[in-house]
Design a protein around this ligand. Structure first.
Ligand code: HEC
Length: 114
């Protein structure tokens, strides 16, 4: 419960920060964090231009927002939640601000948006 409130508060803070930085029509901050966090050393994201390599096993994250909520991603990427009994291979190590940007962006990547 406490964790949920924290996540929601942080997500709101992020949204407020995003709203003030509105003029710059650049790429979402979450995408920059994704690239900087070496997620791409294991994952592809075809819709963002990061092509899947032959024999690449970890799932493509193009439509990960259709599979998981921001709340789940918050736990999973800190190794507190599991998928099919298995926790994620790494825990996110960056700042809370970067983490919120990352999971908010990932959760927004839905299949129908392609
Ligand atoms: C060392 C390799 C590795 C790195 C680095 C890595 N992942 Fe993963 N990730 C995996 C593997 C393997 C799975 C599949 C695990 C499973 O299904 O149990 C996975 C699963 C996921 C899933 C669930 C996908 C789904 O379809 O359910 C998400 C979301 C995810 N990773 C996000 C990230 C993010 C964000 C980063 C960067 C912060 C990252 N991963 C870095 C290996 C990695």
């Amino acid at each position: 419960m406490k964790k949920t409130i924290l996540v929601v508060t942080a997500a709101c803070m992020w949204a407020a920060a995003a709203a003030t930085a509105q003029e710059q029509p650049q790429e979402p901050k979450g995408k920059a964090v994704f690239q900087a966090s070496k997620c791409l050393s294991c994952h592809s994201m075809e819709t963002a231009g990061f092509k899947k390599k032959p024999n690449q096993k970890p799932p493509d994250l193009s439509t990960v927002g259709s599979k998981h909520t921001v709340e789940f991603l918050a736990g999973y990427l800190k190794k507190k939640e599991a998928i099919g009994g298995a926790k994620h291979m790494i825990a996110f190590k960056g700042s809370d601000e970067d983490f919120q940007a990352l999971i908010t962006w990932l959760a927004s990547l839905k299949a129908e948006q392609k």
